[in-house]
Design a protein around this ligand. Structure first.
Ligand code: AMP
Ligand code: MG
Length: 390
């Protein structure tokens, strides 16, 4: 059995970026740019009015004849002389001859002329060509995580495709004779299957969609066959349950039968001790313990970092922070503990119901409190490390 830090280090050796792919911008949300993006245009691409008002030549003339009008979207370039003005609107092209825009609130209109009550400084209310970014300059750097703001910015520059790190193909294999899918009747001795639900949703949060879920009974032959199928089609295979040492736990044998190389099996941690990690070719396999808390905790601790690293994130672990403990913690297990906790104003409390079958406490917790295997006691008021769950 290896320690938590050894297990993390073993997974981290595989935490490398995937190759880059070109994606349509509208499908790039949440992904990481694999290349710097240079702006293909000046932004703005023409001298633009930033206000509704009058474009004119800066000077002492407070009375100006309004000779024409230019709306947003018009390409008209109206010639102007001193003493003349053009009615103009926000976003419209400023005539080449104009150098100042007086806002409409600062003029009074007399027939086809305006009287300027307050002359602004020269160049006022004109967005110069390329004010935001010039053609050829770097709009966004490699490593930028695309969100709704950065996507909108790129769309504004006319960029329709981006180079981002490829998403892994993930499949889930759920084992357990006792499992029943939601919508079916629960008979005595059966439980509703929920691990595939938590895993699919957690993957979705990382942007990994179209995850294929396979369900099998606890039987060596069908497990071996299902593992083979998953290996063929996936970059990452997540197996739920069947990895303990019971008579009906066939996952380890099925992985061996398929020639998956074991990197580690069993971690000195609670929950999630029977975690198995291995590889076959470029495919990574995690056999997650079946208890719902163990399965999801192992996902957060080991699977999520691997996927985020593949997606190009440089900070690929969930954030680790330090809080102040509100109660004593005793650790007689000699294992690294991940306790479902509640962090409020940096004060950490341990929730009731720590068993690995209990999703209830996990559902209301916002942190996993970390107690290292060599720590047997942490006193109230002392510092405690925690992993933030969002
Ligand atoms: P196992 O790791 O297969 O021995 O399962 C450990 C415990 O987790 C058992 O109580 C199972 O019934 C439960 N369990 C296993 N798989 C799931 C699942 N997909 N959803 C909910 N509970 C499960
Ligand atoms: Mg089982």
């Amino acid at each position: 059995m290896i320690s938590f830090s050894q297990a993390i280090a073993a997974v981290e050796r595989y935490c490398v970026r995937n190759t880059a792919v070109i994606k349509p911008i509208e499908k790039s949300m949440g992904m990481v740019l694999a290349k710097d993006i240079a702006s293909p245009i000046n932004m703005p691409s023409y001298r633009q009015s930033s206000m509704d008002g009058y474009a004119l030549v800066f000077g002492d003339d407070l009375s100006n004849k309004v000779v024409d009008e230019v709306q947003a979207g018009s390409s008209k370039n109206i010639p102007l002389k001193k003493g003349e003005a053009v009615r103009i609107f926000t976003g419209a092209r400023v005539p080449d001859d104009a150098d100042t825009i007086v806002i409409q609130e600062h003029v009074s209109k007399v027939e086809d002329s305006i009287h300027i009550e307050k002359m602004p400084p020269k160049n006022a209310n004109i967005r110069p060509l390329g004010e935001q970014i010039s053609k050829g300059d770097i709009a966004l750097e490699k490593g930028t995580v695309l969100n709704e703001v950065s996507v909108a910015f790129l769309v504004g520059l006319g960029i329709s495709k981006v180079s981002v790190y490829k998403k892994p193909k993930v499949s889930i294999l759920v084992t357990g004779n006792e499992l029943v899918r939601l919508g079916n009747e629960l008979k005595e001795g059966q439980i509703f299957e929920s691990n595939s639900v938590s895993l699919v949703l957690a993957l979705k949060k990382l942007g990994v969609k179209n995850v294929k879920v396979h369900r099998i009974k606890d039987q060596l032959k069908s497990t071996t066959k299902a593992v083979k199928k998953c290996l063929k089609k996936s970059d990452i295979v997540l197996i739920s349950g069947g990895i303990s040492v019971g008579e009906y736990d066939f996952v380890k044998q099925a992985l061996e039968n398929n020639g998956v190389t074991e990197i580690f099996y069993k971690v000195n941690q609670r929950p999630g001790k029977p975690l198995w990690f291995g590889t076959k070719g470029n495919t990574k396999v995690f056999a997650l313990p079946g208890n719902p808390v163990s399965s999801l905790s192992c996902f957060y601790l080991y699977v999520l970092p691997l996927i985020k690293a593949q997606l190009g994130f440089s900070n690929y672990h969930l954030e680790r922070k330090t809080g102040v403990l509100k109660e004593d913690i005793i650790n007689k297990t000699g294992k690294t503990l991940f306790l479902k906790g509640l962090l409020k104003d940096a004060q950490a409390s341990v929730l009731d119901g720590q068993a690995s079958s209990m999703l209830r406490s996990f559902a209301i917790s916002n942190a996993l409190l970390v107690v290292a295997e060599n720590i047997d006691f942490i006193k109230k008021g002392e510092k405690i490390k925690y992993i933030e769950l969002k």
